[in-house]
Design a protein around this ligand. Structure first.
Ligand code: SF4
Length: 303
């Protein structure tokens, strides 16, 4: 009987998947996606030549080029690996998890990832970026498509630290349970993050859900392209308006002042209980490392 891997053309899946995963990690850690680099270049053109903002953006762009040329990590903090796997029916998620873990450990040995997994109490480093069932973080979704798709985000610790969750209404911010209330807390999150989180950043904003699903959705939107548009025009308009407003705060790259505090805002909507109105803001730093591996008919495509 034909097994799942034969059916999908991945008879020798372990070896081939392992090397494809290692390449995915290498690409993600060392090669900033083109849409992010383009956004940094556009941002530099808006800043006054010779200003601190322009100098900071120049340094980021130089760093991006060097990391790509030398195949070395973009930042000393290679972040938390977040994997999003979409697989056809019949795949073993246990096997996929094992393949991903082996690739993460090998990437750490090859210095593509910094050993970043420490015990929560003792602080002891596992040395290979593996830490029980939560590190690396892997989300599995089954699809009717016949391709196996693996997205990877490397999310830095500094930007993770400035993420925030709000519960509306919020009296201190005069934020009610409406879109203006959401706008107020989103701008507050940007204001609170100033000087930290390595701006210019990108915000993932989840409106609704429970505390956990809201955080999860606020990170998953980082899989979107920077220049895409939310499918609902009124939400796309909010993303654009709030971005323009955030960039008028004058915080600028690395908090040095300037026009570019954010490169983008991406919104997710989640149904919620009537009793709860959460708004969760995840912050992604300029080192916005996300890449995709698509495996179909024995071909591996990286994007
Ligand atoms: S927040 Fe991002 S750019 Fe800043 S140190 Fe961490 S990974 Fe690097």
């Amino acid at each position: 009987m034909m097994d799942t891997h034969q059916k999908h053309g991945w008879k020798n899946m372990p070896e081939e998947l392992g090397s494809a995963l290692l390449n995915l990690i290498r690409l993600t850690s060392t090669d900033l996606p083109p849409d992010v680099e383009d956004a940094l270049q556009r941002a530099r053109r808006t800043e006054r030549p010779g200003s601190a903002a322009s100098t900071a953006l120049d340094a980021m762009l130089r760093n991006t080029k060097l990391a790509r040329q030398n195949s070395t990590p973009l930042c000393q903090d290679t972040g938390t690996p977040l994997f999003y796997v979409t697989h056809p029916a019949g795949y073993s998620t246990r096997m996929l998890r094992s393949e991903i873990e082996q690739a993460v450990a090998e990437a750490t040995r090859q210095s593509l990832l910094r050993p970043n997994a420490v015990h929560p109490i003792s602080g002891e480093n596992t040395g290979d970026n593996l830490g029980g069932e939560y590190l690396p973080t892997i989300h599995f979704t089954e699809t009717e498509d016949d391709a196996l798709t693996i997205n990877l985000i490397l999310k830095g610790g500094g930007c993770e630290n400035v993420g925030a969750q709000y519960k509306l209404p919020d009296e201190n911010l005069q934020a009610g349970r409406d879109l203006d209330g959401v706008r107020r807390v989103v701008l507050d999150a940007v204001y609170q993050a100033q000087g930290r989180g390595c701006a210019p950043g990108v915000l993932g904003v989840a409106i609704g859900g429970d505390r956990a699903s809201s955080y999860q959705a606020s990170k998953q939107v980082f899989l979107r392209q920077l220049d895409d548009h939310h499918p609902a025009p009124h939400i796309a308009a909010l993303e654009k308006d709030w971005l323009a407003e955030a960039n008028q705060l004058g915080i600028g790259p690395m908090g040095f002042g300037g026009h570019t505090t954010l490169l983008g805002i991406k919104i997710a909507l989640l149904h919620r209980l009537p009793a709860s109105y959460f708004v969760t803001v995840s912050y992604m730093c300029w080192a916005y490392r996300r890449r995709r591996l698509t495996l179909r008919n024995r071909f591996a495509l990286f994007s």
